[in-house]
Design a protein around this ligand. Structure first.
Ligand SMILES: NC(=O)c1ccc[n+]([C@@H]2O[C@H](COP(=O)([O-])OP(=O)(O)OC[C@H]3O[C@@H](n4cnc5c(N)ncnc54)[C@H](OP(=O)(O)O)[C@@H]3O)[C@@H](O)[C@H]2O)c1
Length: 255
């Protein structure tokens, strides 16, 4: 089975590529670094040629709605169009648990648009929604540490290992075309406060920044406090726990 991984160099994408190779798939890992730009479509069609499935785990580093919408809407349109032209029968797309419970807020609204374009597109798309990754507190720290202070939003999250999400994405690709959304995938432990997880990462890596916990204002904040980002009752809960991940080989190492 030939699988193209778009965003194969990212936090999630690296595990997707590893997992697909370990199952003996013929894997092509792509991103802008290898000359394929999913926003402009440059290099995309030839890269998809001969693939049985393409897995989209690309991302844009913004929380703002406008830039996120431009990214996820153009990548979804370009991927659907190129897959149609090249006869790729199945697209697998990662999304985020609860994106549709935040009233179109910022980045989350853009992920809703991405899902919709794929579900309405000509090529069968399987959407897998995951909760925030165990790696997410570290990603937030690297984007929002200013001098000695890290600004971390007060999100209630039930984090999951990116490696476990990658396994679920490869299961989806191996199962063949399905148009629709799979059950949510989330970590096995009850919801936690994102700033507390960020503090644990700082402690584990021996960094001294202090974490400023910032409440999310307005309706999105109320939704998040009420559990908007937590998995539905039929969600698949998969290990390891955050603490097991933190102590293990996939966890962060000292700076
Ligand atoms: N992080 C989380 O906690 C989390 C939770 C649930 C779902 N998700 C979803 O998982 C996906 C991946 O997130 P991540 O945190 O793994 O992202 P990431 O580490 O930022 O990786 C993003 C990947 O996308 C590639 N990329 C960016 N712009 C591109 C473009 N124009 N064309 C082609 N490739 C491009 C990057 O490589 P180049 O820079 O080389 O192009 C990189 O390989 C996202 O869709 C996100 O919404 C994330």
């Amino acid at each position: 089975m030939r699988v193209v991984v778009l965003g194969g160099t990212g936090v999630l994408g690296r595990y997707v590529v590893q997992e697909a190779r370990s199952r003996g798939f013929d894997v092509v890992a792509l991103s802008r670094r290898s000359g394929v730009d999913l926003v402009t479509g440059d290099g995309l069609a030839p890269a998809l040629r001969g693939a049985d499935a393409a897995i989209d785990v690309t991302n844009v580093q913004t929380v703002r709605g406008g830039p996120a919408a431009r990214f996820f809407e153009s990548t979804a349109r370009n991927l659907q169009a190129a897959a149609t032209r090249e006869g790729v029968a199945h697209l697998v797309v990662v999304s985020i648990v609860g994106v549709d419970r935040l009233g179109g807020f910022g980045y989350y609204g853009a992920k809703v648009a991405q899902e919709r374009l794929h579900l309405d597109g000509p090529v069968d798309a399987t959407i897998l929604r995951a909760t925030q990754f165990h790696e997410f507190p570290g990603q937030v720290l690297s984007r929002s540490t200013f001098g000695p202070v890290a600004v971390v939003p007060a999100l209630r999250v039930q984090t999951v290992a990116a490696r476990s999400v990658a396994e679920a994405l490869i299961d989806a690709a191996a199962s063949g075309p399905l148009r629709g959304r799979l059950p949510d995938v989330a970590g096995p432990a009850p919801a936690r406060d994102l700033p507390a997880l960020a503090r644990a990462v700082l402690e584990r890596t021996g960094r001294r920044s202090s974490v400023l916990r910032v409440p999310v204002p307005g309706a999105p904040g109320r939704a998040v406090r009420a559990g908007a980002l937590l998995p539905a009752a039929d969600g698949a809960l998969v290990g390891p726990t955050f603490e097991e991940w933190l102590a293990g080989t996939d966890g962060p190492t000292s700076a």
